[in-house]
Design a protein around this ligand. Structure first.
Ligand SMILES: Cc1cc2nc3c(=O)[nH]c(=O)nc-3n(C[C@H](O)[C@H](O)[C@H](O)COP(=O)(O)O)c2cc1C
Length: 73
């Protein structure tokens, strides 16, 4: 049964540790995302991962994260 952890998850490393250690399969964010709706993008940038974005956002990719947006090739 998939397990989702929720409550007081605010930091990228904290979130990654919960999933990476197998404590839970997914994390859920409430207040953290109310405060910063782009938190998942910032987390992806922090870990060198990629995110899929609508085409309209492609021009907003930060210079310091040139591979953040998955452009599908
Ligand atoms: C604006 C807001 C509305 C919420 N409404 C409900 C609700 O109707 N029922 C419920 O069980 N929990 C509700 N919660 C609690 C969340 O489900 C969650 O357990 C809690 O916010 C912990 O996650 P967080 O620390 O990431 O905010 C709400 C939380 C927020 C911030």
């Amino acid at each position: 049964m998939p397990v989702i952890a929720v409550g007081l998850i605010t930091e990228f490393e904290q979130a990654e540790a919960i999933v990476g250690t197998g404590d839970a399969d997914l994390i859920a964010l409430a207040r953290t995302v109310l405060y910063n709706p782009r938190w998942p993008w910032h987390a992806a940038a922090h870990f060198g991962a990629q995110v899929k974005v609508p085409d309209q956002y492609l021009r907003s990719q930060p210079r310091q994260y040139p591979d953040l947006f998955d452009i599908g090739h």
